[in-house]
Design a protein around this ligand. Structure first.
Ligand code: SAH
Length: 400
């Protein structure tokens, strides 16, 4: 067995890692060997000497070591290939997502035991996002494994500004590894067509994690007026109109490019501009204006960006969610629905439900949670890392 440098934990700090949690923060570490290189493979040991896991080291990240393997064996090419195969098999054999024109998450970072690697599949193309320096440094091997997957003929690799800074990665780097399929790419979700631009779009191009929630929300929309707040390229709006037979839909997003994109998606599906309107604007300003007009909706969907990037942003984020959901709830007609989402992993389900309850009390409404939903199953939750249960989507009735 090759010897790898040892990282020693502080006394009594090893328990979560024996249980498979992949993030070792600085506060748990007693010592690392002098001169350990960023990205180095390490064996993490308890203070008492016992082996805990193999991981990758990054002195620049709050997550000093990301753990991958609970046996003392190498993190080599075969290991990455095996983990990737396992992820591919979940989508292909269990979830049956490998359909023409499909959009799904092929690799979901910690959810697939590959902390720091996210891969989305759009039709025949893959968009790869590195959020760990150590995996980024191993990108040649990882991209080679991905490129060999059957049915793939386009591959983009991206880093993201927010995450890049936390990890010491180059910002906004974008590499086309293989590009036979020129963007835009068209994908189909529940029969609705969306244009994907893996280069210009947010995240890797589309919020795939809301796929099943779009269908679930559409079931409540028949004959109702729908307000889709933070609509991005119109996912919920088009599902409400096309699948849900909504009476009319208004989608709002502050990004002019997203609104332009949403309108194109409506045209692609032959949806009339009178049925689904998209407006560029700030959600809070829009809600104020709608309030002064006395406009209320049968369904209000509220899917804001991540307010809590890190645990220490939590208090502020909760205040933000409270303010937003009060204003959103206020525009729901009595007996109508509020769809309240949060994609902050550090806000757990109970806390989020408490925020909604508080918003209801403060606006004098009665809220009933009908469906407590999460991300689509191609974003699996690692049982050993509950932060991967990040997306909350509460379908609520505003009883009165
Ligand atoms: N519901 C979307 C995803 C929303 S992502 C879907 O299903 O695809 C969050 C969106 O919020 C982004 O498109 C971003 O441009 C938008 N956004 C962020 N802050 C905003 C604000 N204050 N007002 C309006 N939109 C905002």
């Amino acid at each position: 067995m090759t010897l790898v440098p040892q990282v020693i934990l502080k006394p009594r700090k090893a328990r979560p890692f024996f249980a498979g949690h992949p993030w070792v923060f600085e506060a748990s570490i007693d010592r690392v060997p002098r001169g350990l290189e960023p990205g180095a493979e390490v064996a993490v040991h308890a203070r008492e000497g016992q082996f805990v896991a193999r991981g990758l080291y990054n002195p620049q990240s709050a997550i000093r070591v990301r753990l991958y393997r609970l046996v003392d064996e190498p993190l080599d090419y075969d290991f990455w290939a095996e983990r990737i195969t396992r992820a591919v098999s979940l989508r292909r054999d269990v979830l049956k997502l490998e359909q023409p024109e499909a959009a799904y998450r092929l690799i979901a970072s910690e959810g697939d035991g590959l902390s720091g690697l996210t891969v989305d599949r759009y039709h025949r193309s893959l968009v790869v996002r590195f959020s760990s320096l150590a995996l980024y440094l191993r990108r040649a091997a990882i991209l080679e494994i991905l490129e060999r997957l059957p049915g793939i003929d386009g591959l983009w690799s991206r880093t993201e500004r927010g995450v890049a800074d936390l990890e010491g990665l180059p910002r906004d780097e974008e590499t086309a590894v293989a590009t036979p399929q020129e963007p835009p790419i068209l994908i189909r979700e529940h029969g609705i067509v969306y244009r994907i631009d893996p280069r210009g779009g947010q995240k890797t191009g589309f919020y795939i994690d809301q796929r099943e929630n779009r269908r679930a929300v559409a079931r409540y929309c028949a004959g109702r007026s729908v307000l889709d707040l933070f609509c991005y390229c119109g996912g919920f709006s088009l599902a409400a109109a096309v699948l849900g037979s909504a009476r009319d839909v208004l989608g709002v997003d502050s990004s002019a490019a997203a609104i332009e994109h949403a309108r194109e998606n409506a045209v692609l599906n032959g949806v009339a501009a009178e049925l689904v309107r998209f407006e560029a604007g700030d959600v809070f300003e829009t809600l104020n204006r709608l309030r002064s007009l006395g406009a209320r909706f049968g369904v209000v969907i509220c899917d804001p960006p991540k307010y809590a990037r890190r645990a220490r942003d939590l208090d502020n984020a909760l205040k933000h969610y409270l303010r937003l959901h009060k204003a959103a709830m206020d525009r729901v007609e009595p007996g109508g629905l509020l769809v309240a989402c949060s994609c902050s992993g550090s806000v757990d389900r109970t806390t989020f439900a408490q925020v909604l309850a508080e918003a209801a009390v403060q606006t004098g409404r009665t809220l009933q949670i009908l469906e407590e939903r999460g991300q689509a199953p191609d974003h699996p939750i690692a049982a050993s890392c509950l932060e991967t249960d990040y997306l909350k989507c509460m379908i609520c009735r505003v009883a009165d």
